[in-house]
Design a protein around this ligand. Structure first.
Ligand code: NAP
Ligand code: G4F
Length: 331
């Protein structure tokens, strides 16, 4: 019989790639979605919407999570839902704590009540390492979060470990470093850069305003990272894993790589703007994913330059499409 999986955050970047992967692996896929007052477009999962079952609910609402688990009867639950934008976590710290942190307990408790044999994946983050205590960061590195988001993720990590140890649930925390794709939200730095590079190249904009160009991140491809999530839940014993490329680059290098791909000099367009500086910064992230390599057989297939080129190419195509659509409307 086909395995069943419930994905919270199915409408997000990772949720969409994971749903594709699970469908390709023969799963019956269920996704938790929030109500919206405007018609929901579910843009990232439009192409597979007829193949998945969407269930209404919210990470802040216990009853809806319990109902989702009763309805989906999953073998595996992937908790990807979160207020995931670090900058917003300073302006909405309580909301972030509720959804990104406490939401994990709500879901784990629903699993405990409905069926403790369900396997659980928690989307933990390299933001937990924050002001890093060790380079590179690995599963045993101490946490030092630097944002309300990072603090909420530390809570989510430990409650996952705690439900594993308290109730014997097959619960895994995946400590994933930054991962990107053409489906990345437009507010995150990679996509903000690649989309604006395309607009500048096509004559629709003439500057790109950014914050800290010195921050260093270990950027990988989201498609590779959802494969690691699935592999983690196929292990006999639940364990926590770091998933990363093991390479780090500055935001400046990202900018240079994106502009040079379309033969532009970034220095002519990029302006620093205090609006995008953070109250506390995570200066350097670089992960050691050797445990995942050894136990899961996981390794990344897309490197930094390929990732940036993939995103710039996709945004060039998207902006051209937007220009065509606009010219049709104004005709
Ligand atoms: P994303 O694109 O921002 O997607 C977040 C998802 O969570 C969306 O589907 C969103 O639904 C849903 N969501 C937000 N608040 C919710 C609530 N109250 N109830 C139900 N659903 C809610 O994030 P992502 O990049 O795919 O990341 C997936 C997960 O991995 C997140 O937990 C993130 O914190 C974590 N993570 C990401 C990275 C990374 O580099 N991408 C690295 C480490 C960890 P709407 O569409 O309705 O907004
Ligand atoms: O792309 P970012 O917003 O991602 P950040 O803060 O690293 O968080 C992402 O990765 C985490 C994993 O480590 C996830 F858990 C989290 O959910 C999210 O997916 O910013 C990356 C870096 C930061 O140092 C930021 O200060 O880019 C710097 N930056 C410089 N200018 C900017 C900008 N970031 C954004 N978003 N916008 C700017 O204009």
């Amino acid at each position: 019989m086909a395995k069943r999986a419930l994905i919270t955050g199915i409408t997000g970047q990772d949720g969409s790639y994971l749903a594709e992967l699970l469908l390709a692996n023969g799963y019956q896929v269920f996704g938790l979605v929030r109500r919206s007052s405007t018609p929901a477009t579910f843009a990232r999962i439009k192409h597979i919407q007829d193949k998945v079952t969407l269930i209404g609910g919210d990470m802040s609402d216990q009853t809806s999570l319990q109902n989702a688990i009763i309805q989906a009867e999953p073998d595996e639950v992937y908790n990807l839902a979160a207020q995931s934008f670090v900058q917003t976590s300073w302006s909405q710290p309580v909301f972030t704590g509720d959804v990104t942190g406490l939401g994990v307990t709500r879901l784990l408790d629903a699993i405990r009540f409905v069926n403790p044999r369900i396997r659980f994946y928690q989307a933990s983050s390299s933001e937990m390492f924050g002001k890093v205590q060790e380079v590179p960061q690995r599963e045993t590195t101490s946490f030092y979060p630097r944002s309300p988001y990072g603090v909420a993720k530390v809570y989510g990590h430990w409650i996952t470990v705690n439900y594993r140890e308290s109730y014997g649930i097959h619960a895994t925390s995946g400590m994933l470093f930054n991962h990107e794709s053409p489906r990345r939200g437009i507010e995150f730095v990679t996509r903000k850069v690649t989309y604006q590079v395309a607009r500048i190249k096509l004559g629709l904009a003439n500057e790109l305003r950014l914050g800290n160009l010195d921050a260093q991140r270990d950027w990988g491809f989201a498609g590779d990272y959802v494969r690691a999530m699935w592999l983690m839940l196929q292990q006999d014993e639940p364990e926590d894993f770091v998933i990363a490329t093991g390479e780090t680059h500055t935001v400046e290098k990202l900018v240079e790589t994106a502009f040079s791909h379309v033969d532009l000099d970034w220095k002519q367009y990029v302006k620093q703007d205090p609006e995008f500086m953070r109250p506390a910064e995570v200066d350097l992230l670089i992960g050691d994913a050797s445990k995942a390599g050894k136990l899961l057989g996981w390794e990344p297939s897309v490197n930094f330059t390929q990732l940036v080129h993939m995103m710039v190419d996709a945004d060039m195509a998207l902006v051209k499409e937007e220009m065509r659509a606009e010219s049709v409307v104004s005709d």
